[in-house]
Design a protein around this ligand. Sequence first.
Ligand code: 5GP
Length: 194
Amino acid sequence: MDLLVKKIKTEGKVYPGNILKVDGFLNHQIDPKLMNAIGDEIYRLYKEEKVTKIMTIEASGIAIALATAMKFDVPMLFAKKSQSKNISPSVYSTKVTSFTHGRVYDVMVSRDYLNSDDKVLIVDDFLANGIALKGLINLVEQAGATLVGCAIAIEKGFQSGGKLLRDSGVRIESLAVIKNMTDDGQLEFEDDAE
Ligand code: 5GP
């Protein structure tokens, strides 16, 4: 997606540990026009599917997921992170290790909002090693819902998650795929002619 790739090229900053910061338009300050365009693109990719719910994980997936849910005209459900010891029986829960913080979270959604009739499209900001997506897929499976696929704004294609999930049969659509990223700030994108 040209607009997103352009934004990453002009505003993205590479941090040690293979972390790309996009705080200016996605992870802190949010660019509504870009979110709208991302929603349009994800809708274009998945509109043939009868999606009933868009699902993401708090906090950074929420903006993209909401923009997407508005295009599909379905509810958006975000999994909540919690460090509490008591998991309520009224939720589906799993454990996810955060890529950026290294912390393990219990991640949960209420059983009230996800059920076996749902056809779920999972949306997130980044795909690195696939831990967040695997956690969300696990919640979908616990509910007996159908996973339609995943849509990601920025996939770091040099990390293992995309390949792992695609090899396991999950449809993954990424709007910008970074092939290579160096600590001095060089970014190489898939389909990049420059
Ligand atoms: P994964 O679970 O695929 O290893 O990592 C994906 C999750 O970690 C995303 O939900 C995202 O919030 C965070 N993440 C992974 N890599 C990056 C990155 O380079 N930059 C930012 N800002 N977040 C990342």
